[in-house]
Ligand binder design. Sequence first.
Ligand code: MG
Ligand code: MG
Length: 246
Amino acid sequence: MIRNEDEIKKMAKAGKVVAEIHEKIRSAIKPGVTTLELDKVSRDVLEKRGATSNFLGYHGFPATICTSPNSMIVHGIPGSYVLKEGDLISVDCGAIVDGYHGDAAFSVGVGNVSKSVSRLIEVTEKSLFAGIDKLVAGNHLHEVGRAIQDVAEAAGYSVVKEYVGHAIGTRMHEEPQVPNYWPGHPGPRLKVGHVFAIEPMVNEKGAETVVLDDGWSVVTKDGSLSAHFEHTIAITDAGPTVLTTL
Ligand code: MG
Ligand code: MG
């Protein structure tokens, strides 16, 4: 769907709330903190900004953020898990302002981390920005996934295929989907006013995934580490504009 300038301004407001949640959660992350405490940080920002959560209640999801440590890829439920030195933690969250959605995720190391954790985080974030660079009017959508896959695979990693990015607007998940790999065809042509949430999930080893018994938490099948970065981006005349930033 094509969004006009006014709609994109509203989405930028939602994006700023998401970015503020990210900033506050990043400063709260340290050894000894539970993932439930991170959800409280998000709830406080949402309330202070008069925003609502697009995660809470989504197909029954019980929190305003997803927290996915180490080999967990996405959709982890905040709870009693205590962050420990050396963990990789992925946090995904969103906000609704005036009916428009923002959605973004990041991974970060807890305290001092191994070289393998920091490298996976760096490469996954780099793959996100390689994808974002392709969000230019006139390009084809699936050049995004190809760029992401190229960066991840050049580093010896694999991209998750079962979970993908998406268009976003008055709903969090709108069509079309945005795979983080080349799906074999170029996809639709990009236009000014398109808004997407691009979100590579990169595994240190194999791409295969398993959903745990809670029905939400997605983990790597081989137990290897996974990282996740996401931004909501509008295609404007000036090129890709990241909305989930302060
Ligand atoms: Mg997200
Ligand atoms: Mg998303």
